[in-house]
Design a protein around this ligand. Structure first.
Ligand code: URA
Length: 433
């Protein structure tokens, strides 16, 4: 087989077969096929797309390029959730304990963030002592005992994706829906869950900015999962403004804990329950969505979900006093208000700009070696649809400096205020099965 023939086949719009896809993934992973030929193939895929069969085959080949995690020693049906990322997304800290509170195991491998704010691991490390390094045996034991554990991604999962993603980044081929879907799903499938709930974000703070693109990505990922033997569903959720009110690290943990303690932060509570309900139905704990939602909501209100979070933090060495008394979480030196200049209603918030403002404060990484400051971040005081008067704070910046002017400028441009009242926005657009 020759790589040049595979490139010309795809360039002509024909479907690649299993052997051809395996040949290119295997050769690229081993270094026997050069970057320039793979770049040409990626561009041909970018323009001509891939069939459902090709996308599933590509994903499986990327899974097979490295290790897979064997979770068979965990008791029960393991269901994972993956979010395509956004600003203020602390939903894992709500869905994880909720699902665990009804006895369904959550075994989560997570990464660190490269971007506006930290990833799941960085946020958890706001809690002093919290440990994400553990052996596979400790991880499995933690899940079997407490039903919830979060560990740093270990091993060599989908190395073909790692190489391809880096190449796509420098060849303008990242924005291809089959390539994105295959990339995300290869890592999820290699992590070993039996069922997967995908939280696909849409809007200004999401990878996919339009609803149409988000639906297409969700459909592709759901098809891949189902074609490769995992029960998969996709929930399209709003990211046209940050989720909840807090963006950062320690402040996101604080907000998630408050929701677990019963605080009614509408979007967080609703999305947390919705995703957890789908997860527990896929795991077979409930017969239908309504029954699941009802039982999970009861566990949010009776404190069982909060207790599951406490148990999880304690088991991983986290300082539980910081959870019982949230004022003990790291705090920045200054609170700097950014005020509205006119009266009106908030019609738009550029979520990505809020994320960048948080990153300027030190809540995220611009390069992978940057250190995160867990104490800094942004608190939104107004969200879309809220009335506002000139002089009222739109946000509070939690900063280590007295005048964080770059973040202030970013936030000022992020808010749009109009004279007319704005209609509330949807939180959940569609569930794709
Ligand atoms: N995230 C991934 O893991 N892969 C992509 O291609 C895009 C986003």
């Amino acid at each position: 087989m020759r790589m040049v023939d595979i490139i010309s086949k795809k360039r002509n719009g024909d479907e690649l077969n299993e052997q051809e896809i395996a040949f290119f993934i295997d050769g690229y992973t081993k270094g026997t096929i050069p970057d320039y030929q793979v770049s040409a193939l990626l561009m041909a895929i970018y323009f001509n797309g891939m069939t459902e069969k090709e996308t599933a085959t590509l994903t499986q080949a990327m899974v097979d390029s490295g290790e897979t995690i064997d979770l068979s020693k965990i008791e029960g049906h393991i269901v994972d959730k993956h979010s395509t990322g956004g600003v203020g997304d602390k939903i894992t800290f709500i869905t994880g304990p909720l699902v665990a509170s009804v006895g369904v195991p959550v075994a989560k491998m997570s990464g660190r963030g490269l971007g506006h704010t930290g990833g799941t691991l960085d946020k958890l490390e706001s809690i002093s002592g919290f440990n994400i390094e553990m052996t596979k045996e400790e991880f499995i034991q933690n899940v079997n005992t407490n039903k919830l554990s979060v560990a740093g991604q270990t091993g060599n999962l989908a190395p073909a994706d790692k190489k391809l993603y880096a190449l796509r980044d420098v060849t303008a081929t990242v924005d291809s829906i089959p390539l994105i879907a295959g990339s995300i799903m290869s890592k999820k499938l290699a992590s070993g869950a039996a069922s997967i709930v995908l939280d696909v974000k849409t809007g200004s703070g999401a990878f996919m900015k339009t609803l149409e693109e988000s639906k297409e990505l969700a459909r592709e990922m759901v098809n891949i999962g189902n074609n490769l033997g995992r029960n998969t569903i996709g929930v399209i959720s709003d990211m046209s403004q940050p989720l909840g009110y807090e963006v950062g690290n320690a402040n996101e943990i604080k907000e998630a804990v408050e929701v677990l303690q019963g605080k009614k932060v509408d979007d967080l509570r609703r999305l947390g329950l919705e995703l957890a309900a789908h997860m527990t139905v896929l795991a077979g704990a409930f017969s239908d969505y309504e029954q699941a939602y009802h039982n999970l909501e009861a566990n949010l209100d009776n404190g069982k979900a909060f207790q599951a979070f406490r148990t999880f933090v304690k088991a991983q060495g986290g300082n539980i006093e910081m959870i019982d008394d949230l004022s003990k979480l790291p705090k920045a030196k200054y609170d700097v208000e950014v005020k509205a200049e006119t009266d009106g209603y908030v019609s738009e918030i550029d979520a990505e700009a809020i994320g960048i403002a948080a990153m300027y404060l030190g809540a995220g990484r611009a390069t992978k070696d940057d250190e995160i400051d867990h104490s800094v971040g942004v608190t939104l005081m107004k969200k879309i649809g809220d009335p506002v008067k000139a002089g009222e704070p739109l946000v509070v910046l939690h900063s280590q400096t007295e005048n964080p002017e770059d973040s202030v400028a970013k936030v000022q441009h992020a808010y749009n205020i109009t004279a007319e009242e704005t209609a509330p926005i949807e939180l959940i657009y569609e569930v794709i099965k």
